[in-house]
Design a protein around this ligand. Structure first.
Ligand SMILES: Nc1ncnc2c1ncn2[C@@H]1O[C@H](COP(=O)(O)OP(=O)(O)OP(=O)(O)O)[C@@H](O)[C@H]1O
Length: 472
């Protein structure tokens, strides 16, 4: 067989093939394109490229099937999988299928070139190394996210899919830390075993130890029967320790010992219990800071911080808000057995600009509220709960990326609802005052310049300053 120093591109979309060919050519990498998986399989017995890049969604045979076939017959050939359907399942399926890398579309061509270069090096190093094919997982999407930061999270889950490694998840409350922990478990070799979650912030400190390690009958007042702890419940599975930063110092010491020995004594017990538990910890706090302040054990931190996954707050992945809302509106309608509501574009735009301090959980709750409360099938801005639309609320319009038309729209609606008259006059006074004051600030008080910038005559500006009572 001929071993070609070349990259093969498989995509039914001509323009993607063209973009990739050009990007590789520019970096001095030779490529050959194919419009279908079948064409590749036809040629493979006689020629073998250095690296193969394939799309997932293609008619007749999809990229994952091609990947499976290649893994079976040519396990040393690195395959880079691209997908427009950018969700967790395709990432995990790709990695399970043995993909070298997963690239969500739209991709940055520089990323593609860098990945291809890495794959070429890998391919050369791996010439005679055979790996077994893996099964693909077909499941419904579980974590929604097209934002690049979420794609990073999916990649991490995909890469960790075959391991038992300890993971530390960082992210604000409601960003989906537990969901990611569950996904890590479901895609791990422990998937058939228990997933046990325990939130350190939710249990009183003096009950934490027995909650984690269990207790013997009579170990303390109120311990009327023997009780197994979460560690034992999670045996052979995963223990998710949420808000690990809230764990008291003595318990941190105990946890560290259990992680080192895989063994512990339940409260009041004389015999130890052996366990095999994978730990996934999460926190919204900065553990490095807690370590620096002496509030978190440094050795425990290093034990937990083997792999870190950061989940960004919702305000840093605004492009996902519409997608998430549609998902939650659909879910709530199903739960409540009622019709699915849809968002009018201006309502979606308005919601996409909010700060969402409660992150995805808050968005989910709003969707439930709207499913019950919005009167029509379509959701307009005025259907939104008042806490979102009232100005000066913390959650209200984010000034950095604010949508002032939407805010103005709400203001007009509020004035009309309050039975106010002369609304246009009031609005134009406010608007002109704002325009002039801001322009004067910008020009450091120079009226002539401000008038030019605003497109007003100098005399007009002077008159407006007087009429609107603006201090110069
Ligand atoms: N990307 C997402 N796609 C779909 N649902 C999501 C996503 N992120 C979060 N959710 C949903 O939002 C809610 C909150 O998520 P989760 O409980 O995982 O957050 P958390 O970060 O663990 O919160 P906390 O720190 O407060 O415990 C859950 O109902 C979860 O299903």
């Amino acid at each position: 067989m001929q071993q070609l120093d070349m990259v093969w591109i498989v995509d039914d979309d001509k323009s993607i093939r063209w973009v990739l060919e050009k990007a590789l050519q520019k970096s001095g990498i030779a490529s050959q394109s194919f419009a279908s998986a079948q064409e590749v399989l036809k040629l493979l017995p006689t020629a073998l490229p250095q690296v193969l890049i394939t799309d997932i969604r293609m008619p007749n045979m999809d990229g994952l099937e091609l990947l499976k076939n290649i893994q079976l017959h040519y396990p040393d050939l690195p395959v880079i999988v691209m997908t427009a359907h950018s969700d967790l399942e395709s990432a995990v399926s790709a990695f399970h299928g043995g993909a070298f890398e997963y690239l969500p579309k739209p991709f940055d061509v520089n990323d593609v070139v860098e990945t291809v270069q890495r794959a070429c090096i890998h391919s050369k190093q791996l010439q005679n190394n055979v790996t077994a094919p893996q099964e693909t997982i077909e499941e419904t999407p579980e974590i929604i996210g097209e934002a690049p930061a979420m794609q990073e999270v999916f990649r991490a889950i995909g890469r960790l899919a075959r391991s038992h490694i300890t993971v530390l998840i960082n992210g604000e409350s409601g960003t989906g830390k537990e969901l990611v922990a569950k996904a890590l478990h479901r895609h791990s070799p422990r998937a058939g075993q228990p997933f046990i979650a325990l939130n350190m912030a939710a249990i009183p400190k003096d009950l934490m130890e027995s909650e984690l390690f269990g207790h013997e009958k009579g170990a303390f007042t109120g311990a009327q029967a023997r009780r197994i702890g979460r560690f034992e419940q999670a045996n052979n599975g995963t223990l998710f320790l949420d808000e690990i930063g809230d764990m008291p110092a003595e318990l941190q010491t105990r946890l560290l010992r259990v992680l080192a020995d895989n063994e512990f004594y339940p409260v009041g017990a004389h015999a130890s219990v052996k366990v095999n538990v994978r730990i996934i910890a999460a926190t919204h706090q900065n553990l490095e800071t807690l370590v620096a302040q002496g509030r978190f054990r440094e050795d425990l931190f290093h034990r937990l911080n083997v792999i870190r996954i950061h989940i960004p707050p919702l305000r840093e992945r605004r492009q996902d808000i519409g997608l998430l809302m549609r998902h939650f509106l659909y879910q709530s309608a199903k739960e409540l057995n009622t019709e699915i509501k849809s968002l009018k574009p201006e309502a979606e735009q308005f919601l996409s600009n909010l700060k969402w301090p409660g992150n995805v959980r808050q968005l989910e709750n709003i969707c439930r509220w709207l499913t019950v409360m919005a009167s029509g099938r379509e959701i307009h801005i005025e259907d939104l709960p008042p806490e979102l639309t009232q100005p000066n609320q913390d959650i209200s319009i984010n000034n950095n990326q604010g949508n002032w038309e939407a805010a103005f729209n709400i203001w007009v609606k509020q004035q009309l609802a309050a039975g106010k008259i002369d609304i246009a006059k009031q609005a134009s006074i406010t608007m002109e005052t704002l325009l002039i004051e801001t322009a004067l600030q910008h020009t450091h008080g120079r009226k002539h310049e401000a008038a030019i910038l605003l497109g007003l005559g100098r005399n007009t500006l002077t008159r407006k300053l007087k009429d609107l009572n603006i201090k110069e």
